[in-house]
Design a protein around this ligand. Structure first.
Ligand code: ZN
Length: 67
């Protein structure tokens, strides 16, 4: 099973793999993860409310687009 991931800033579409390595997925701490767009450098921080991961906050940080 695969899913498409689309950058909300530059519109880049990539096929998301399980490990999300194309999005530089990494954990920042136990409940917080970060994905980064390889094209424009925008990143999204996902923070779960608790370790059941049934809900959480998203913070999308858009990179400044080059002209
Ligand atoms: Zn992007």
């Amino acid at each position: 099973m695969s899913k498409q991931w689309k950058c909300g800033n530059c519109g880049l579409e990539v096929e998301a793999t399980e490990e999300l390595k194309e999005l530089s997925f990494r954990w920042m701490d136990k409940l917080t993860s970060k994905t980064t767009c390889q094209n424009c450098g925008s990143y999204t921080i996902q923070r779960a409310f608790d370790d059941r991961f049934q809900g959480g906050h998203f913070l999308i940080v858009k990179a400044r687009m080059k002209r």
